[in-house]
Design a binder for this molecule. Structure first.
Ligand SMILES: [Zn+2]
Length: 443
């Protein structure tokens, strides 16, 4: 059975096979760690987790890289607001992201590089782009000159001439063309910076992914995924940088993008105040319920995320757990993954059809195995039916965190102590300080 994937570059479904036999290289843009992930951030992580599981089932070696963007203006702003270091912000929200991904039953990627560990590679690529005439330095900035790359716009279907003819905005004085994008920019004394041939500065976002991809996976990879909102400019700019630096026509063989997520029929936005984080949802819904709610719609279609959808997912999982309860004693490795479910996934990751097919499996053992393969039925049925939501935090971790908070309080670092208290609160744990000791209980 062949996997077919919809390639955003050709705008059609294509037969998938890796460039090197039995070795798949996949990259997905990871989070910028400055806040708790919302449900829209969770969608690509769950979608590409399903693809990862499908690939692992059919290929010997699958390398799945998902990065952490730990340097970005949003992180710097958050650190300034809270008067903490950028490392504190990025560490806190990297952990928050990991907790949520685990809660949703996503497998960990093979590698999870942090952008700040690849600054040297970024500088090298930028130097290459300058020496080949694709980039220029101006006022301590280095910019990619989009007019020098003839194929600019090939992924997004945008034509540079049309873009230029469109409404003009005020162009920064260091830019030769309006759409030139930043590879490197200067840092002042208050912002984090690295030494470079262009002075102390920091990278632009688009060069980060290219440096990590090129260094870890090489100049040509099989699959690159992300949300539809990343097609332009982020992925378009990734192509320009990598192809020009490596003199390559192809950077990514299959581009895949998941659709938008709406909340109760409306676009999620700050102004509407309807952004829902995974942690907020976890108070009322188990991770598998959220996971299934995200997979009931085909990944390329928009999802209307709603309470109704979550309740529908909960009902399906309750049924599945009843089956697991009956066959629990024979739980072992997944041996019988249903063929029709695999066939549905092979057809451009048709998860909605795969779930319908799964629900019609007659053999109970096969049903449980198939559900496990898709990242469901991970809990003990007793635990599933005993509570509505589960907190993934362990008691020993609670005690470690209380100890850490105590030492912050002793040192007068009350901001940090409050962060620990808030984090515990997100897990539904309330602290009470009395007579120099701290007690805790579930909300
Ligand atoms: Zn990226």
């Amino acid at each position: 059975m062949k996997i077919k994937l919809y390639n955003s570059l050709s705008n059609k479904k294509e037969d998938f096979s890796p460039l090197v036999k039995d070795e798949v290289k996949m990259y997905v843009c990871g989070p910028t760690v400055y806040n708790d992930p919302h449900i829209g951030n969770a969608r690509p992580a769950v979608v590409f987790d399903i693809l990862y599981r499908l690939l692992l089932n059919q290929y010997k070696n699958v390398v799945y890289v998902r990065n952490i963007t730990d340097i970005d203006d949003k992180i710097i702003d958050a650190a300034n607001k809270r008067k903490v270091t950028i490392e504190e912000i990025s560490d806190q929200y990297t952990e928050s992201y990991h907790d949520d991904m685990k809660y949703l039953n996503n497998l960990s990627p093979t590698k999870e590089p942090k952008a700040t560990d690849y600054i040297d590679e970024m500088v090298l690529i930028i130097q290459k782009l300058i020496s080949k005439g694709f980039a220029y330095e101006k006022e301590k900035h280095v910019l990619f000159n989009v007019k020098k790359y003839d194929l600019y716009g090939k992924l997004s279907g945008r034509n540079l001439e049309d873009m230029i003819a469109g409404a003009r905005v005020e162009v920064a004085p260091y830019k030769e063309n309006e759409h030139d994008f930043v590879l490197w920019k200067p840092s002042d004394l208050d912002s984090p910076g690295w030494e470079s041939p262009w002075g102390t500065g920091r990278p632009g976002w688009h060069i980060e992914c290219v440096a990590m991809i090129n260094k870890i996976l090489g100049p040509v990879i099989d699959i690159h995924g992300g949300g539809q909102d990343l097609i332009f400019p982020h992925h378009e700019n990734e192509i320009a940088q990598s192809c020009c630096a490596n003199d390559n026509e192809t950077f990514v063989r299959f581009w895949m993008h998941n659709g938008y997520l709406k909340m109760e029929g409306e676009k999620m936005s700050k102004s509407l105040g309807n952004i829902v984080t995974v942690k907020e949802l976890s108070k009322d819904y188990k991770g598998e319920v959220i996971r299934l709610a995200l997979l009931l719609t085909h990944y390329r279609k928009p999802i209307n995320f709603s309470k109704t959808l979550l309740d529908q997912a909960k009902k399906i999982l309750d049924k599945l757990y009843k089956v697991k309860e009956e066959v629990y004693h024979i739980k072992d490795k997944q041996e019988h993954i249903n063929d029709e479910v695999i066939e549905a996934l092979n057809d451009d990751l048709n998860t909605s059809l795969a779930i319908t097919k799964m629900l019609s499996i007659q053999d109970k053992k096969e049903l449980v195995d198939t559900a496990l393969f898709l990242g469901f039925l991970d809990a003990d049925p007793k635990e599933w039916f005993s509570s509505t939501a589960k907190s993934k935090i362990l008691e020993k971790d609670v005690l470690i965190m209380i100890k850490q908070r105590d030492s912050y309080r002793k040192n007068g670092e009350f901001d940090k102590a409050d962060l620990v208290r808030d984090e515990l609160l997100q897990h539904g744990i309330i602290l009470k300080d009395s007579n120099g000791a701290t007690e805790w209980k579930y909300k």
